[in-house]
Design a protein around this ligand. Sequence first.
Ligand code: GLN
Length: 495
Amino acid sequence: MLNSSLRQLGSALRARKISSVELTQLYLDRITALNPALNAFVTTNAETSLAQARRADALLAGGKAQPLTGIPIAQKDIFCAKGWRTTCGSKMLENFIAPYDAHVIEQFNNAGAVNLGKTNMDEFAMGSSNETSHFGAVKNPWDMTRVPGGSSGGTAAAVAARLCAAATGTDTGGSIRQPAALCGISGLKPTYGVVSRYGMIAFASSLDQAGPMARSAEDLALLLNVMAGFDERDSTSLQRDKEDYARELNKQVGGDKPLNGLRIGLPKEFFAAGMGSDVAKAVEAAITAYKKLGATIVDISLPNSRLSVPVYYVLAPAEASSNLSRFDGVRYGYRAPEYADLTEMYEKSRAQGFGAEVKRRIMIGTYVLSHGYYDAYYLQAQKIRRLIAQDFTDAFKQCDVIMGPTAPSTAFKFGEKGDDPVQMYLSDIYTIAVNLAGLPGMSIPCGFGDNAMPVGLQIIGNYFAEAQMLNVAHQFQLATDHHDRAPQNIGLQGS
Ligand code: GLN
């Protein structure tokens, strides 16, 4: 059961081979057994989850099931879920009970899915290792001495350790793709605007995008079908016809090979110095596998992509400094217990409620937006952002998808990059440009590097090419078994 795909779970539920209550209980028991070591979940609420499972069982019995009805899905703790504690990994929101559902949560509820719990994350989604969470770091199930990646590290670890059937993440600069890569699972960041940000706690609004994280491309398609869609409560939500993201999964382009005619662009900047040799080996092997599937390779260049990390670390903190000003001790969350006056209440609440990385971002953001520096930093970064996006537009004239590594290295050890923020920021060197351009990007497992840790292959598509990218990933997963590998010592024996 634990290794079943979402499609198989859906069939088993509809055939009444297992009930949603049984399936939910199975995962809750695994969380009880394994979460103390992994720390992937911040909050579970067995009673609420089982009540949802009972409702799903009634739908299933009445023949009213949709593809995800009755399936337990974990939610990154950045999504407000009515009645659930929603912390965003921060002391600031440690005791915040959300009074309403995010659009994404609503969509899963409408699909009859079971909310299994809230997954741990870097504080306010700022980080690449999960070490900035107020609730402690998540462990990588492949090696507990290593990070799971971030910021959606709790989700990635939970999916890899089979603590849930699938889960959600958000990606501002790589937070779906990088932890997916480091934990050996699949993750998709959709085109900006495809999934509503309503009720998703804001970090950098022009970059934030929610997406699915699961064990295969096929599972991602089913999840994205539920998550995507226009929502008038998010002014950047795109008004488009509803798509079936699974429709192209088994599409054959023609000829004898499944991906005949597919042009894969390899950006020379992604294959330069900085990438670990073990990562390079696994990514190159994946490219060879794609050639066997019928794809052709095109050498491309993204000349401005080298500027994406510095541009991001101007723009994202600028937006964060504005978004996080709402956490003032009055309207939400933590308030300092002692203060002399209103100003001191603000100061102490924010000083005590936020962690070091969040404070660093707020200070950088305030600085680059301040009078005299705005033109030099913020405006300049916006201009380069435009050039970075143009590079992709030019590249997609020559190729259908772009491929490369998701992250420069496999999962690193706890504390390895903690003291050096710039080293940590470079974890997202291959992912950030995609957010700056608003493009869809995904990561799928493509092998193992040194220390037997998983390596991720990044697939970048043109705007709204999610269905095509899922096909490209699915064909690879039909031909290989990297995505089926599971970490040892997580109690899968006999399942
Ligand atoms: N690691 C990047 C950061 O720290 C990206 C985070 C994200 O995508 N939420 O900002």
